[in-house]
Design a binder for this molecule. Structure first.
Ligand code: 13P
Length: 250
């Protein structure tokens, strides 16, 4: 077992609204009371960053973005730069979420550029990897996650130990079909070994599991030796569920 603090990050995806965000965050912050045993973050849609920054100010909840541009500034319509995210107190940036890879054509190379850009600005990238159902059934799980991690493992001038990695099997996202704790741990062990080969500080890197994590299954997943937190979609939109997951992460 390692002793680093776990991280529970909610990924709201394209959900929310001014009133709903306020109710959700107020309930989460009230539920946390004096704080949490783990680190907590919420990755919110960009238009709400200012609102969420002000609602979470002084609380244990850190602000995360769901993406970041690999470019510094300029003619990139629709993109958000690291500097813009930092203006709103963003601490973590999701990078390479499978929905970005799938619907926005993000390649391993782009994901690495984004991670690099985030790190250079002092944001912690949460780099997502994971196989599709087809890849799992073809026995390619290890090869796929290793390829995705290899793309980001040598970040120019930055130590890989500064990142967070999230294993999110695509077949478990939003499907209610969770990887079993053993299935998740097996992949996390592969990722840890790959990180250990690249950095003597690999044990510091938090490896999150994501994919239908919920209040009922979180404790078992989080009890695995190489699962250092969760990246939670649907269940992060309900304060009681998200709080139960946080409580399970000690
Ligand atoms: P669900 O928890 O809704 O399956 O989503 C997981 C996810 O993609 C988090 O980034």
């Amino acid at each position: 077992m390692n002793s680093k603090k776990k991280l529970i990050a909610g990924n709201w995806k394209m959900n929310g609204g001014l009133a709903a965000n306020e109710a959700l965050l107020k309930a989460i912050i009230a539920g946390l009371g004096d704080g949490a045993a783990c680190d907590v973050a919420v990755a919110v849609p960009a238009p709400y960053l200012a609102q969420v920054q002000s609602l979470t100010f002084g609380s244990a909840v850190a602000v995360a973005s769901q993406d970041v541009s690999q470019h510094e500034a300029g003619a990139f319509t629709g993109e958000m730069s690291v500097a813009m995210l930092k203006d709103f107190g963003v601490r973590y940036a999701l990078v390479g979420h499978s929905e970005r890879r799938q619907y926005h054509g993000e390649s391993d190379v782009v994901v690495a550029e984004k991670a690099q850009r985030a790190l250079a600005a002092g944001l912690t990238p949460i780099i997502c990897v994971g196989e599709t159902l087809q890849e799992r059934e073809a026995g390619q799980t290890e090869a796929v996650v290793k390829r995705q991690l290899a793309a980001v493992i040598h970040l120019n001038g930055h130590c890989i130990s500064e990142v967070v990695v999230a294993y999110e099997p695509v077949w478990a996202i939003g499907t209610g079909r969770t990887a079993s704790p053993e299935q998740a741990q097996a992949v996390h062990a592969v990722l840890r070994a790959q990180l250990s080969a690249a950095s003597e500080h690999a044990d510091r890197i938090r490896l999150l599991y994501g994919g239908s994590m919920n209040a009922a299954n979180a404790a078992q997943l989080l009890a695995q030796p190489d699962i250092d937190g969760g990246l939670v979609g649907g269940a992060s939109l309900k304060a009681p569920d998200f709080l139960q997951i946080i409580a399970a992460a000690r």
